[in-house]
Design a protein around this ligand. Structure first.
Ligand code: ZN
Length: 298
C-alpha cells in the first residue's frame, strides 16, 4: 500500500519528480515541492510497511556491525563527534535521551563527561536493545511516534542523529521533543544536507528509508512549525562530516507561523548538477570499458 502526501513545509500538493530509483535499485519516487523546494518520497509506502522494514531488514542493509559485532572503533569515533560539537553548550544534564540510538555509541561517549546523568533511548532494533540495556541505557519505547512523551519526565538534552529523515511525520515527532525539553533543554539534530548531496547520488544518497530530504531552509521551517528554534545557526558540514546538516535547538518562547520562501530553483539546480556530473562520468566509464573489451578481443 502506498500513500500520497502534501508538502510538510507549505502544504502544497504540487511536486515534481527528481528520481524514481534509489540505493540498492529500490524503486521509489523522490519529488520536490514546486512551491517551496522541500524534497520527500511521494507517494510512499505505508507506516506498516516501514515498520516491517525496520524490524526485519534495516540492520541487514545498514547496520551489519550490530549483527556482526564489528566496527566498534568506527562507532567509538562517531560517538565523539556529537560530544565535540555540543559539549561547550551543554547545560547541567540530569536526563539525556537519544531517539534512534542504534547501539548507543553517542550516549556511551557522553557518559564519560556526564557519569551521573540518566540515559534513555527510543530504538526499534531488537539487537540494539540488548546492547543498550547492558550499558544502563533505559529503552523507553521502540517507536518515536508512540506516546513516549506522555509522562512527567523532562530532558536536558535530546539527540536525534540521522533519524528525522526517516520519519513519516517529522513535525509530530518534533512537537513531542519540544514538549519534553526542560526550560533550558537542548535538542541536537543532524540530517543529510539536501544542498550538499553526496555522490553517488542515486546509488547511495537517495534511500528508501529516507522519507524526507532536508536543506537548511526546509529544516528551519519544519523546526519552527514544531515549536523549536535554532540556537545559533544550522551548520552545513564541519571537519567531521562535510555533508551533514546539524545544529542545536531549544523550545520556542513564542510560536509564529514561519515565512516560507520558494527555494525550488536552488534545490533543482543542485540535484541537476550532481546527476549531470554522474551521468557524464558513467558515460565515460562505459566508453572506456567498451574500448578495453575491444582491445582484449583483438
Ligand atoms: Zn512546499
Amino acid at each position: 500500500m502506498s500513500e500520497t502526501i502534501t508538502c510538510f513545509c507549505c502544504n502544497s500538493d504540487k511536486n515534481e519528480l527528481i528520481t524514481n530509483k534509489g540505493q540498492f535499485n529500490i524503486p521509489l519516487k523522490m519529488v520536490m515541492c514546486s512551491d517551496c523546494g522541500f524534497v520527500f518520497l511521494n507517494p510512499r509506502k505505508s507506516k506498516e510497511e516501514y515498520i516491517h522494514f525496520y524490524t526485519n531488514e534495516y540492520d541487514k542493509y545498514y547496520r551489519p556491525s550490530i549483527i556482526n559485532f564489528k566496527a566498534k572503533t568506527d562507532n567509538d569515533t562517531l560517538g565523539k563527534v556529537i560530544k565535540n560539537r555540543i559539549s561547550s553548550s551543554l547545560p547541567k544534564c540530569n536526563n539525556i535521551m537519544e531517539i534512534g540510538s542504534g547501539s548507543g555509541f553517542n550516549l556511551i561517549s557522553l557518559m564519560e563527561d556526564y557519569p551521573d546523568s540518566n540515559y534513555y533511548a527510543i530504538e526499534p532494533s531488537e539487537s540494539s536493545k540488548t546492547i543498550l540495556e547492558r550499558n544502563n541505557i533505559k529503552v523507553i519505547s521502540n517507536d518515536a511516534d508512540s506516546d513516549w512523551d506522555k509522562n512527567e519526565r523532562k530532558y536536558d538534552l535530546i539527540i536525534m542523529r540521522h533519524v528525522l529523515e526517516h520519519m513519516m511525520d517529522p513535525i509530530s515527532v518534533l512537537k513531542k521533543i519540544a514538549n519534553s525539553l526542560t526550560e533550558e533543554g537542548l535538542f541536537y539534530v543532524a540530517v543529510p544536507n539536501a544542498y550538499k548531496p553526496k555522490s553517488p547520488f542515486q546509488e547511495s544518497w537517495v534511500r528508501f528509508p529516507h522519507t524526507f530530504y532536508f536543506s537548511p531552509d526546509t529544516l528551519t521551517t519544519i523546526l519552527q512549525k514544531s515549536g523549536l528554534e535554532v540556537v545559533n545557526k544550522l551548520v552545513q558540514g564541519d571537519e567531521h562530516n562535510q555533508y551533514e546538516l546539524f545544529g542545536l535547538t531549544k523550545k520556542s518562547k513564542s510560536i509564529n507561523e514561519p515565512i516560507i520562501n520558494d527555494n525550488s530553483n536552488k534545490q533543482r539546480e543542485i540535484f541537476d548538477r550532481i546527476m549531470n556530473k554522474e551521468s557524464k562520468f558513467g558515460f565515460k566509464m562505459k566508453n572506456k570499458l567498451n574500448q578495453l573489451k575491444k582491445k582484449i578481443k583483438q
